[in-house]
Write a protein that binds this ligand. Structure first.
Ligand code: AMP
Ligand code: GLY
Length: 425
């Protein structure tokens, strides 16, 4: 099988690793990939959002199956284009990708599907006055979100009305978030614990990956600014069979049904970002793709059936069962100096000569210089995943291995999985 993986982060390295593990003979191409994926397949110097060149490459390399990592090319119609050209693609159409690319659209779908989510109101560019009046009546805290794609930075939890006012003014009035902030969603604050549920779907049926928990804040104890994600672990104790049944029946099923009925069926990966309080899931957001770093934590737990399942949904067939390990998985992200602000790049990375059992390093922002030395080349540099029979052991191994990855100014958290550790005493 000739596989194209679109993207160049830790998620795509983990995908390449998982495909290679199941199909040692697969021909793998990545666009653009990173220094880690170069060891598993061929990196093509094509940006993940260059639809024309990606379609040309799929043609030139006779790609059987394309797996699209990031949301931007999906929102721009990459899956539609490849399907139109007769290829099998894991990823939704641009119309269905609006479930992530437009929070206003996602909220409307949830409202019509009867899916639990924070109470909300949506305001367009010409409705600054109405939006400010809405804030003035709203209970605190207030969550203000740019509706469009904002690389994870478009949601602001405001403790006070003054702060919410300033955010609405910045987005609708001053264009601070560009096009993405021309429409805002103002919503109530949800309490509870966050959970990422990733479903492989043909648009009707779902096969769930192990539920994971991300760590969005840059600092230990969940402090400091939001990032793309500083670490993740799976499985999560609160995601028991009962909760996952509720997520299937009360969240995924109704939303997929609504999208089908609206004529925009969703196939690929539907990622539900949930807030769970007393066993009840509410939706914070949907993503139209695998999560990063959730993927790096979760795919190593899939011991068989992943490619088969992805290939089936790409063919429009029901997803097939995945074989899962009973281990725990903990992923610690190591990021470059300055992250989540624009990071410093170009620092030499030193890797340990040997890795402990069960540890895998997934590259994200890495590159090789002309001398073949590994250097930092992005915000999140690597995701360090450890599997072990117990959660505590996986946590200790991931932390130790992340500690052993050396470069100047490394930013990382030693407390990935702290909620789970506390639960387990
Ligand atoms: P989003 O971009 O919608 O995923 O939001 C980013 C982060 O902001 C989420 O992961 C939550 O931690 C937080 N957040 C967003 N919406 C809410 C909400 N309604 N209530 C509480 N926290 C929220
Ligand atoms: N880790 C959250 C995301 O991928 O959006």
């Amino acid at each position: 099988m000739r596989v194209l993986i679109v993207g160049g982060g830790g998620r795509e390295h983990a995908l390449a690793w998982a495909v290679r593990r199941e199909l040692p003979g697969a021909v793998l191409h990545l666009a653009p990939g990173n220094a880690g994926t170069a060891e598993l397949g061929r990196n093509l110097p094509i940006k993940a959002d260059d639809i024309d060149r990606l379609a040309d490459a799929a043609d030139a390399y006779g790609i059987d199956l394309a797996i699209v990592g990031p949301e931007v090319p999906l929102a721009a119609g990459l899956a539609d284009r490849l399907r139109f050209e007769g290829r099998r693609v894991v990823g939704p159409s641009a119309a269905a990708a609006r479930i992530e690319a437009s929070k206003a659209f996602a909220k409307d779908v949830m409202a019509r599907a009867g899916v639990r989510t924070a109470p909300f109101a949506t305001f367009g560019a010409h409705q600054l006055g109405e939006a400010l009046a809405h804030v003035a009546r709203h209970a605190e805290p207030i969550v203000v979100k740019a509706s469009g794609l904002a690389a994870g930075k478009g949601a602001v939890v405001c403790e006070s009305r003054e702060h919410a006012n300033a955010m609405v003014q910045a987005m609708l009035g001053d264009g601070a978030f560009g096009e993405a902030g021309r429409t805002v969603v103002i919503e109530g604050f949800l309490r509870g614990e966050e959970l990422s549920v990733l479903a492989i779907t043909d648009g009707t049926d779902v096969e769930l990956l192990p539920a994971a928990q991300d760590h969005k804040r840059v600092g230990e104890g969940d402090t400091g600014p939001n990032t793309g994600g500083m670490g993740a672990y799976a499985p999560v104790t609160i995601a028991d069979a009962r909760l996952l049944d509720r997520v299937r029946e009360e969240v995924l099923g109704p939303v997929l049904h609504r999208l089908r009925r609206d004529g925009t069926p969703f196939s690929g990966i539907l990622f539900a970002g949930l807030m769970v309080e007393d066993g009840t899931p509410s939706v914070i957001e949907f993503n139209c793709r695998l999560g990063d770093p959730e993927t790096e934590a979760v795919l190593p737990l899939v011991t068989g059936g992943l490619v088969e399942c992805l290939d089936r949904v790409a063919r429009g067939e029901r997803p097939s069962p995945l074989a899962l390990s009973a281990d725990a998985s903990v992923t610690t992200v190591v990021a470059a100096a300055g992250y989540p602000e624009p990071p410093r790049t170009g620092d030499v990375i030193h890797l340990p000569d040997t890795l402990p059992d069960g540890v895998t390093l997934f590259h994200a922002g890495t590159m090789r210089d002309d001398a073949g030395r590994l250097r930092t080349a992005g915000g999140r540099v690597m995701a360090v995943t450890a599997l072990a029979p117990t959660f505590a052991e996986a946590q200790a191994r991931s932390r130790a291995a992340a500690d052993a990855v050396g470069f100047e100014g490394k930013v990382w958290r030693r407390d990935i999985g702290w909620r789970e550790a506390a639960r387990r005493g």
